[in-house]
Design a binder for this molecule. Sequence first.
Ligand code: SF4
Ligand code: SF4
Length: 216
Amino acid sequence: MIITVKKPLPELLEMLGGAKKVAIVGCDSCAAACRTGGAPEIDQMAQALEDRGFQVVARVLPQECCHKLLVRKELKVLPDTGVEAVVCLACGSGVQTVADNVCLPVYPANDTSFLGQVERVGIFHEYCRMCGQCVLGRTGGICPVTRCAKGLVDGPCGGQKNGKCEVDPENDCAWIAIYERLKALGREDLLFSPAPIRDHSAQAHPKHLDLRGTKP
Ligand code: SF4
Ligand code: SF4
């Protein structure tokens, strides 16, 4: 799940500048789960803007704000509203998807933080940095790129203390966790085999995936 957190409202108000008629677009998927872009948050944002003299002319809640065709369909209501700007309560991909579909200023109400595991409702942990070269098969299913503060993929830095990371003692040392996990699996041998050289071109952006083979 893509984890988003709300921007401070003054930051959004500054972006809005002189626009007075605004539409609010949420996302009923990840942002709703993060309590940044579902129906309650749209209502809260509408109230906050109306309290400050804005006119909220539309509230739109696509099932997924990063889905271009879905968003295009949902935004068809906008041209008749006199809307001057859109406030988007989605992740960065959702905001850009809205911007792709309207010739209006689109402002993010959230900051996009990470790709996370949902521990339980409202509690998330960063689990993947989408590096493009997954090493989980060598590390007992624990991601060192994400869960080691230094992103070390070939072993620990040696600074851990009592199993905690030297960078942030609130966090477990990922490499201690990897060792414990591999030991439990009887695969400590993986710790002694050289890690493959990382191909940093796998992290080149922007990335694309075309499963339909429609692009050359
Ligand atoms: S190694 Fe970590 S960051 Fe890379 S793809 Fe796998 S889980 Fe994601
Ligand atoms: S203490 Fe562990 S988690 Fe922290 S930076 Fe070193 S190897 Fe990574």
